[in-house]
Design a protein around this ligand. Structure first.
Ligand code: S3P
Length: 172
């Protein structure tokens, strides 16, 4: 089985992904880390030096490559992955995939992101909390139609262990 976690930045995809992979003894792949290893530089540097369009192309091809694996995996996507090319269709149509949307509220995302905006290229231009809340509100609204195509939608505001347990109960 391939468990694919998706959701906005700071929705807990990597944290929950690691927990799931440990409990299930599945291989864990973080798409951002996979891209960084492949390109030999950080996501921020790829955005800065090559631009977002280049990043989205690499993201798309890495996603396709990973989904071909026959292994049991937990894959944590980047926040934008489901929203570019036909990525969400590819995920939905791949064999033995269960996609899960970690749905976190706007204020919770904003407070998690506030201290880390400088390391995240999508929000690095935002200077204060009010602007961050407004940006996330609009951006999440645009992205929700992709996220909501997931097989399962989980309340991502809960404790990480509870989220992990809920996912396992839903899948097995
Ligand atoms: C992005 C989210 C990031 C990373 C890139 C773009 C986005 O991943 O892929 O900076 O467009 O939302 P995380 O969701 O893991 O932060």
């Amino acid at each position: 089985m391939k468990i694919v976690l998706l959701g906005y930045m700071a929705s807990g995809k990597s944290l929950i992904g690691k927990k799931l992979s440990t409990i299930l003894d599945y291989k864990f792949i973080d798409l951002d880390n996979y891209i960084e290893d492949k390109e030999g530089k950080s996501i921020s540097k790829i955005f800065l030096e090559e631009g977002e369009i280049y990043f989205r192309r690499v993201e798309h091809s890495c996603l396709k490559e990973i989904l071909k694996t026959k292994e049991n995996i937990v894959l944590s996507l980047g926040g934008g992955t489901p929203c570019y090319f036909d990525n969400m269709k590819i995920i939905s149509e791949a064999n033995s995939v269960n996609s899960i949307f970690l749905n976190v509220t706007i204020p919770e995302i904003a407070s998690r992101l506030q201290s880390e905006t400088s390391t995240r290229p999508i929000v690095s231009h935002i200077k204060n909390k009010e602007d961050l809340l407004e940006f996330i509100g609009k951006h999440l609204f645009e992205r929700s139609k992709f996220y909501r195509q997931a097989d399962l939608i989980i309340d991502g505001n809960q404790e990480p262990d509870l989220i992990t347990e809920t996912i396992i109960l839903n899948l097995f």
